[in-house]
Design a protein around this ligand. Structure first.
Ligand code: 4AD
Ligand code: MG
Length: 501
């Protein structure tokens, strides 16, 4: 009798016979033995087929198993430290459920465009599997944080009658003859809700017609947005800080091994502790123009240029190794390493070519302009903890942000920049609670009043100081996992020019 189970449960069945269902990751015949690495969605397991115990038919079947074929295996479980996952199954029966022919993603390196076109299959690779499991935990941790702290979940609409975050990134739709927009934010609606429930949050997909092809921009992304009544900007910053600490803690607790697998510097993440840095926009502007930023970029330039040269030498060596290697696997290995080195070199060359521009932007940063991506990177790299940059010039910020009563050139807003160069993951503010000020801000920004009448009502009837923030799931996950690009942080990324599959 065998017990049908999963790889994650094998620890319960040492010494017993089990049946597993999964997919073939690799298949390595070695004389009388065949090592089949199985993945079943819960883990990896080494299955060993021996000619002696196997009937000739399924030994042959096992020998020719192709990558990603779906199979059923039965065998006895033993603990095996050296094997992937720590267990081994000695196969006594094997059945192919469906044989895969020419699986498009082979162990050889593929370019990222190719992988993105095969996202539906790329999903299965270990790295993608790990990232999306961490995403699952992150989303769970976010919900738990708010649910455990007295926040009420309010689902906000996706069809929105007006812009929530400026008009430049709206996706417009035809709503039975009227224009509506895909929601850029749920904020205006959670503001409504906090006047009824006090502490609320929404959590859903949001849409921005971002024409920028950067490592930080998606056109569809997930955002969690808490909103609290009777709160100042500092209260909201305290909330963001506390929440981020709890998210980092949870991901570290549940995914240390996964983060190491991804090559994340786990110690750096562990250093995330309260208090985070808090600097004003004006201080940030000073930092950008100052010697620290210049030194950082000059050092970068020198280090990266040196690395490019080293990689050049390494590539030459690998070409030579490939030519002189006798065995096919040695040639393949050299080719693989050569490709990796080339990719890294291309990446560095691009980075280096951008440094002079980043230096110029930082040195010439003018008070009054918004922080650009490269400016955020500099500020974030100069700090060990996440940094809250607060009180930006009102001209570059959304209409709803509360005007600073001590300096009316500013608004009471903040961005939280993740450290190590990851940049903005949170944007938030106190909201303008005064009817007249809000109306003049709507007019200043050239927005029509009519679609905001309902929003203005909140300032007519029992208006109170309130505020909140939005945390982007993908950027947060990118930071936690140490990923350069957000495209791997969402199951099916949507970016400018990319919506397949
Ligand atoms: O700073 P943003 O635009 O703020 C708002 O939408 C506010 N209404 C939130 C609020 O106060 N309730 O966006 C918030 C966060 C950013 O910090 C970033 O993490 C993420 O959403 N984000 C994006 N993520 C991926 N791709 C994009 N195009 C993003 N735009 C914003
Ligand atoms: Mg922002």
């Amino acid at each position: 009798m065998s017990i049908s189970t999963t790889i994650a449960e094998l620890t319960e069945y040492v010494g017993q016979t089990v049946t597993l269902h999964g997919w073939v990751l690799r298949n390595t015949p070695k004389g009388k033995l065949i090592f089949v690495t199985l993945r079943d969605g819960t883990g990896h397991c080494q299955c060993v087929v021996e000619r002696g115990d196997a009937s000739e038919s399924f030994f042959e079947e096992a020998k020719h198993l192709t990558q990603e074929s779906a199979i059923e295996v039965t065998g006895s479980v033993s603990a095996e430290e050296r094997a992937i996952g720590g267990f081994e199954v000695r196969v006594t029966n094997l059945r192919t459920i469906q044989g895969a022919v020419d699986y498009p993603i082979t162990p050889k390196p593929h370019g990222v465009d190719y992988l993105m076109k095969h996202r539906h299959l790329w999903f299965r690779s270990q790295r993608q599997h790990v990232i999306l499991r961490i995403r699952h935990t992150l989303v769970d941790a976010i919900r738990r944080y708010f649910n455990d702290n007295g926040f009420v979940l309010i689902d906000t609409p996706i069809f929105a009658p007006a812009a929530g975050e400026g008009t430049s990134t709206l996706f417009e739709l035809d709503y039975f003859g009227d224009p509506v927009y895909l929601a850029q934010t749920g904020q205006l609606y959670v503001e409504t809700a906090c006047m009824a429930h006090r502490k609320v949050y929404c959590f859903g997909p949001t849409f921005r017609a971002e024409k920028s092809k950067t490592r930080r921009h998606l056109t569809e992304f997930w955002m969690v947005e808490p909103e609290i009544a009777f709160a100042s900007m500092d209260d909201v910053i305290d909330l963001a800080e506390d929440m981020v600490c709890s998210l980092v803690e949870r991901v570290l607790a549940d995914h240390r091994a996964d983060l190491e697998f991804l090559g994340r510097d786990v110690e750096a993440l562990e250093r995330t502790r309260k208090p985070f840095h808090r600097i004003s926009y004006s201080e940030a502007a000073e930092i950008l123009r100052g010697p620290q930023a210049k030194e950082l970029l000059e050092k970068d330039l020198a280090e990266k240029t040196a690395e490019i040269e080293e990689l050049g030498n390494r590539i030459d060596e690998l070409i030579e190794t490939g030519k002189t290697a006798k065995k096919k696997w040695q040639q393949e290995k050299a080719a693989q390493q050569e490709q990796t080195a080339r990719e890294r070199r291309t990446e560095l060359e691009e980075e280096v070519s951008n440094i002079p521009q980043h230096m110029e932007l930082a040195a010439g940063f003018e008070w009054g302009s918004d922080l650009g991506g490269s400016d955020e990177t500099i500020i974030s790299r100069l700090h060990v903890q996440p940094v809250f940059v607060h009180r930006y010039p009102k001209e570059v910020k959304a209409f709803y942000m509360r005007v600073d009563r001590e300096d009316d050139r500013l608004v009471e807003n903040f961005d939280m920049l993740a450290p190590e160069g990851f940049g903005e993951v949170i944007g938030g503010s106190a909201r303008e609670e005064d009817y007249d000020v809000l109306l003049s801000r709507i007019r200043e920004q050239g927005l029509p009043q009519e679609p905001y009448e309902w929003y203005l009502d909140l300032r007519r009837y029992g208006s109170v100081p309130h505020g909140g923030f939005g945390l982007g799931v993908e950027r947060t996950l990118g930071w936690l996992c140490g990923l350069k690009h957000v495209r791997e942080t969402i199951p099916f990324p949507r970016m400018m020019g990319k919506f397949y599959p």
